[in-house]
Ligand binder design. Structure first.
Ligand code: PHE
Length: 340
């Protein structure tokens, strides 16, 4: 092989080897093997020059010089490339890049309403009380003046756990338990879950939250009930119109239901209020004398008023939630919207 083609071969193979080097060490080894002064391939080829004729010497000299310059240039470039890659590996942080979103916990909309309701009543001197979800017939119905054949006691409406145990159908049994334990006067607010054998559709759930309220003292009248609940509605929903309609509950007399002007349409009528312009938010009334007697409180000395409301319905009205099942699905995309 002529020295010229040997120079060309050195050039080709040298470029390949430089390109294949992925570390500084590999690149230095390539430099030594190719251009090393003592035992490099270029040095070996230069050693052949004296054996050639003057013409061959000129051609071969030029070819070897070209190979040397090319390889030296390429070694320098590759060295810069490897240094840049090492730098980007050791400092891969682009501080201008937006960070990955963090999941933040959010309170459930029903919890948000319960906390707000508790706070409004705490400021009026009420205390939070709790009671068991598994109740006896006596606490859930009898002591609350339900007649023995009342349809609510039917297996059809109530989830029974045994002969005399059931899942409470409302938070009202806590009225009895609290009056038995503390007597009068008393002012309590009772959040809790209740159970009914309902179909699970857009507006009914077999388990839902309720908030009970009870105020018993001397000289308490319907005026206190109406003023307190109107104040409450305006604290929770802003300057909103309210109305009381007569109603019936076995444990209150007289009884009423309170409506607020529909928060979606401001009263003109829409799908949320089924065209009526009003949303029912609670049932209330003056505590029936039989209920006070059953709890050991003298109805000649004390009177009281009570209410029960559904925070789920309030959450739906407040946040414009069209289907009650959204409150029970635990879909994080829904719940995330309440993070604050
Ligand atoms: N317990 C009633 C219900 O579940 C609500 C209520 C409570 C009404 C207290 C009057 C007084 O529907």
């Amino acid at each position: 092989m002529s020295l010229v083609s040997a120079a060309e071969q050195l050039e080709r193979e040298g470029l390949e080897r430089i390109a294949a080097a992925t570390t500084r060490e590999e690149l230095e080894a390539a430099r030594t093997a190719l251009l090393g002064r003592k035992s490099g391939r270029l040095t070996a080829l230069l050693g052949e020059l004296p054996k050639l004729s003057p013409e061959e010497k000129r051609a071969a000299g030029a070819a070897l010089n070209k190979a040397k310059l090319l390889l030296e240039g390429r070694l320098g470039e590759r060295e810069a490339e490897l240094a840049a890659a090492a730098r980007s590996r050791s400092a891969p942080v682009d501080v201008t890049m937006p960070s990955r979103p963090r999941w933040r916990g959010a309170k459930h909309p029903v919890t948000l309403i319960i906390e707000e309701v508790e706070q409004i009543f705490r400021e009026l001197g009420f205390t939070v009380a709790l009671g068991p979800e598994a109740e006896t017939e006596w606490y859930n119905f009898t002591a609350l003046n339900f007649p023995p054949d009342h349809p609510a006691m039917d297996m059809h409406d109530t989830l029974y756990l045994g002969d005399d145990m059931l899942l409470r159908t409302h938070t009202s049994p806590v009225q009895i338990r609290t009056l038995q334990t503390y007597g009068a006067p008393v002012r309590i607010i009772v959040p809790g879950n209740v159970y009914r054998r309902d179909f699970f559709d857009a507006s009914h759930a077999p388990m839902f939250a309720q908030i009970e309220g009870l105020a018993v003292d001397e000289g308490v009248s319907f005026v206190d009930l109406k003023a307190t609940l109107t104040h409450f509605a305006q604290q929770l929903l802003g300057e909103i119109r309210t109305r009381f309609r007569p109603s019936f509950f076995p444990f209150t007399e007289p009884s009423a239901e309170m409506d607020v002007q529909c928060v979606t349409c401001q009263g003109s009528g829409c799908a949320t209020c089924k065209g009526s312009g009003w949303l029912e938010i609670l049932g209330a009334g003056m505590v029936h004398p039989e209920v006070l007697s059953a709890s050991g409180v003298d109805p000649e000395q004390y009177t009281g008023w009570a209410f029960g409301m559904g925070p789920g319905r309030m959450a739906m009205a407040r946040y414009g939630i069209p289907d009650i099942r959204a409150l029970y699905d635990s879909d994080v995309r829904f719940l995330q919207q309440f993070a604050r």
